[in-house]
Design a protein around this ligand. Structure first.
Ligand code: DCM
Ligand code: MG
Length: 221
């Protein structure tokens, strides 16, 4: 299946809280990268992996219509006041259309990639879509990079001594780039960090990754 994927769409959601809080989305970022760029990493003169030059980006802030938890506000820098003062719109048909058009513009078939996507981002996105009686095409492929990195770690390919924590986005970036990621917990920052760590290990990740179809994703609540 992986050899057929033409575009990887990396996705990250910020939201009002964790699963137990029945969160609503506050920010969404999708960055589309062609498989060619994933399979042919570019490095600088020091050998450090670079972001691909050709990327399509969609980043939108959303009025969640629900209070952010203190932690969600602290880590994301977003507040209800900030989002309403900036007159952000709720998750609506217009946002769905924008996402759908963005996905349609990419070389098909596409595969979504989110870190912890099977547990958090995909179920949450599904909840928001179904609330609007909308949904993406059920044939869209989905990957969870956290699951894939854990599979690699279990094979001893990602610093096994540092335990499960080693597979958080920040820890993976620290291990691979020896510095802290930029703009952690900003949807775009997290997506760009994910693209960099994914590209570093793409060949092995794609060997161990377990694909699901969007149609198999169950809403979070
Ligand atoms: N989140 C949270 N508390 C945490 C970590 C995350 O409430 N300790 C919620 C708010 C974030 C969302 O999850 O917007 C997505 O997390 P991340 O920024 O890691 O993508
Ligand atoms: Mg994030």
């Amino acid at each position: 299946m992986e050899s057929l994927v033409k575009t990887y769409i990396f996705i990250d959601l910020e939201a009002t809280g964790l699963n137990r809080d029945q969160p609503k989305i506050t920010e969404l970022c999708m960055v589309a990268v062609h498989a060619i760029s994933i399979n042919n990493p570019v490095t600088d003169e020091s050998g450090e992996v670079q972001l691909p030059r050709v990327m399509d980006k969609l980043c939108l802030c959303v009025d969640p219509g629900k209070p952010l938890t203190k932690t969600a506000s602290e880590i994301t820098g977003l507040t209800n006041d900030l989002l309403t003062d900036c007159e952000k719109q709720t998750f609506d048909q217009n946002l769905f259309n924008t996402m759908s058009e963005f996905i349609s513009r990419q070389a098909q078939p596409v595969c979504l990639v989110a870190h912890n996507g099977f547990f958090y981002d995909y179920p949450l996105l599904k909840t928001e879509l179904l609330r609007q009686q909308l949904d993406l095409s059920e044939s869209i492929l989905c990957l969870d990079s956290l699951q894939a990195f854990r599979n690699l770690q279990n094979q001893g390919q990602v610093h096994p001594e540092s335990g499960r924590k080693a597979c958080s986005l920040t820890e993976l970036y620290r291990q691979l780039f020896s510095k802290d990621p930029n703009f952690a917990h900003y949807a775009e920052g997290d997506v760009l960090t994910l693209i960099l760590v994914f590209i570093c290990k793409a060949e092995k990740l794609l060997q161990v990754a377990k694909y699901r179809r969007w149609g198999e994703i169950v809403p979070m609540y």
